[in-house]
Design a protein around this ligand. Sequence first.
Ligand code: T4K
Length: 409
Amino acid sequence: MKASLDDLAIFGGPSTFAESLCVGRPNIGRREDFLARVKDMLDRRWLTNDGPYVREFEQVLERNLGVAHCVAVANATVGLGLVARALGLTGEVILPAFTFAATAHALQWHGIEPVFADSDPQTHNLDPAHAERLITSRTTGILGVHVWGRPCAVEELTALARRRNLTLLFDAGHAFACSHKGRMIGNFGRAEVFSFHATKFVHSFEGGAIATNDPALAALLKRTRNFGFGGYDEVTDLGINAKMSEAAAAMGLTMQESLHEIVKVNKEHYEIYRSRLGQVPGLQVIDFAPHESANYQYVVVEIDEAAAGLSRNALHKTLWAEGVLARRYFYPGCHRMEPYRSLPRYRGIRLPVTEQLADRVLCLPTGTAVTTADVEMVCWLIEFCRAHGRELSMRIRAIEPVPVPAVDP
Ligand code: T4K
């Protein structure tokens, strides 16, 4: 515990955590089960190309999501690109700017222009009304993102897509094991794409899966993830290599078996953060709908500088010095990142909600690599910083070099 500001690591005191707490430190699951699977994999010498673990993994995902088809892929980014091509998206696709860069890159990489819409300040998800205003004769689709695992405005977007004859798909990178109105994410739009990157609460080292209830789409995706092979010696489509390996699927299967235990730990951490930080003036921990499934993998706090007397950036800096590697996802917003910000279309565009969120949001460490004692200590540090907010901000400003703007003014 720190007695005064001088004890903070940023001013030369000892760091609270000798080993840093990360956002996204991987969960591991039951390692003996994983190692046993790897041994079997080596014994059978089947390492990739639609092997038995990949097939089993797909079946487990289909069962857990209640969806007809899951197509495992090398990662969600390549999965988004595959599905965008398979659905024939061209021209412009509307998506939120408040998302991970990969959502936009997946489109741009395939020559589809991402058109960034603003978000809803309450849900942090794509604002359907703004999305509608951005529709042009070149728009072919809408790509919603379930940010933090909270379902985006599924009904409004479904109605909008239907009314304007657009294809609707979802980036469900954060939303595995989450539900909307009692139905699992994975069942909405033409397809939804999950990420099983190592930093996700259940993962396959690198990996992803496309969920769809459309059998023809699933069959096309299975071909296009494998160079477009329709059978031995027969290429039927323009494909790429987006296959998941057997080792990745072995980890994916092992993690699925620990899913409920991990969600339980995440939820316990979330409840501590929420009950302690929810009391702190100027701070708000995002909430999840009661009676829906959630994975609680992101603990997200919004800091209102005026009310807290402390900026998000000052808190971020202070926590990093203490070994708490909190993250400013998705700063500064895709529209203010390259390559988009240099394109004439995006020069000078303002998305006020996205920019406010990008300035306020901080993700805090959770998952099985973090203990409840760690979480209590992070809460204590944040409360301490907030209690001394104005003085802390002044002292940080005094030691900061003249700031270089991260984005065009
Ligand atoms: N759509 C959305 C909405 C997404 O959020 C993402 C990815 C995607 C699509 C694309 O999915 P994939 O193509 O990746 O399947 C991380 C992840 O790399 C990224 O997958 C994720 N979203 C994003 C939100 O977070 P970074 O830049 O924060 O990663 P990094 O390397 O800083 O790692 C986070 C922390 O975890 C670090 O403090 C270090 C620690 N770490 C990381 C790894 C990989 C470990 O301790 N061990 C590890 O093995 O992006």
